[in-house]
Ligand binder design. Structure first.
Ligand SMILES: Cc1cc2nc3c(=O)[nH]c(=O)nc-3n(C[C@H](O)[C@H](O)[C@H](O)COP(=O)(O)OP(=O)(O)OC[C@H]3O[C@@H](n4cnc5c(N)ncnc54)[C@H](O)[C@@H]3O)c2cc1C
Ligand code: SF4
Length: 333
């Protein structure tokens, strides 16, 4: 393992000032924030990440879950995934988030993993994690061996000819459906980024995954007030029942009146290059009867633009069924 300088800043301003000296934004940068370490330290051991300076954010006062004045929720960047999943307000009003968090990793990992770290976890593409292999995301311009190689677990939505890596997060799929906002403190001050604007499609620059700039510290995430009476489900399909990433998952937040869907927010996991909010699915549901035929059409709409690779075509049908089943559970469960 390479050597690095370990820094414990006194406050967020000091953390931002140090991180702002990085040449690039956080992911892949030479100066890095460290939260739970379950992604970063993992990748440092593999020499995929080789920061010269590591800034420990764990002592910053960013570990609270609080109600906001407008009836929503403010979640600090260092709140542990397990604490967030078991928070009474999250369990009552944002059940989809609690379910998504509890479906991820293992109990031990969730005790370490933080809200901001989860947002910024890296892909599990095997070529990305192996420095003996080329990878456009790790080393721009070297190529994407996954396209002609092993791609069973990789993405079918949002891919490019340069990268087809899946975003692996469960939490983020629920955050997308809940229309979260990410709050950042940067060298130029604070800013709020709607969840849908935070992640970038790979395009020709898969090494750049988010809109974060050098020095940007995620301080907290806010959720809008929960919709009264909304039904929420996170359904995750994977190769084994626990300690495994999603092959396909669906986060569903819907409201029904008189047998019809009156409001829907839908996001998919395991199939997209970013946590995949689906306006197509939302349009297919809204105003329609809440029944199996509508749910099947919703799945079709969500996957209409999917592009299979050599080994992952099965994900398209899997994701359709996953979404339809999640809607069925939400409306009957
Ligand atoms: C074996 C294994 C299985 C897993 N299974 C799943 C799964 O099924 N589902 C799932 O969703 N996840 C899974 N994970 C991933 C896990 O959820 C993430 O590793 C975790 O959420 C990362 O959080 P962390 O606090 O440990 O981040 P760290 O490793 O500390 O940091 C991750 C990244 O975030 C950056 N960062 C951290 N805090 C901030 C901040 N405040 N501002 C800006 N940047 C910041 C770091 O610089 C780094 O780039 C698994 C991980 C492992 C090791
Ligand atoms: S899919 Fe992306 S992460 Fe995987 S090898 Fe290709 S460029 Fe690298």
């Amino acid at each position: 393992m390479h050597t690095f300088e370990f820094i414990r800043p006194a406050d967020a301003a000091a953390a931002v000032a140090t991180a702002a000296q990085a040449k690039t934004a956080q992911q892949g940068a030479d100066v890095r924030f460290l939260a739970g370490g379950t992604t970063l330290v993992d990748l440092m051991k593999l020499n995929v990440e080789t920061p010269a300076r590591v800034i420990d954010v764990n002592r910053l006062p960013l570990d609270k879950v609080e109600a906001t004045a407008d009836g929503g929720l403010k979640i600090g960047a260092t709140v542990r995934n397990s604490d967030l999943a078991h928070h009474p307000t999250v369990q009552r009003d944002y059940a989809v988030l609690s379910q998504a968090l509890l479906s991820g990793a293992s109990a031990q990992l969730r005790n370490m993993a933080t809200t901001a770290g989860n947002l910024l976890q890296r892909t599990r593409c095997m070529y990305f994690r192996d420095t003996a292999m080329p990878c456009n995301k790790r080393e721009p311009g070297t190529g994407c061996p996954a396209i002609t190689g092993s791609n069973r677990t990789l993405a079918v939505l949002g891919t490019s000819e340069h990268c087809i890596a899946t975003n692996p997060s469960d939490m983020c799929v629920a955050m997308a459906a809940l229309e979260a906002t990410i709050h950042v403190q940067g060298p130029k001050g604070p800013r709020a980024i709607p969840f849908g604007d935070f992640y970038l499609l790979p395009g020709s620059t898969p090494n750049r995954e988010t809109v974060l700039e050098p020095g940007d510290l995620v301080t907290h995430i806010t959720l809008p007030q929960a919709r009264p009476g909304s039904k929420q489900v996170y359904l995750k399909l994977r190769d084994r029942a626990s300690y495994e990433f999603a092959l396909a998952s669906a986060a569903v937040v819907i409201t029904i009146a008189g047998g019809n869907v009156t409001h829907a927010r839908i996001a998919l996991g395991g199939v997209g290059t970013k946590p995949w909010r689906s306006p197509e699915a939302e349009a297919a549901l809204t105003g329609k009867p809440a029944n199996a035929a509508t749910f099947r059409k919703t799945g079709e709409a969500a996957m209409r633009h999917a592009k299979p690779q050599s080994e992952n075509g099965f994900k398209i049908e899997l994701a359709k069924r996953c979404l339809a089943h999640a809607l069925q559970i939400a409306t009957t469960g």
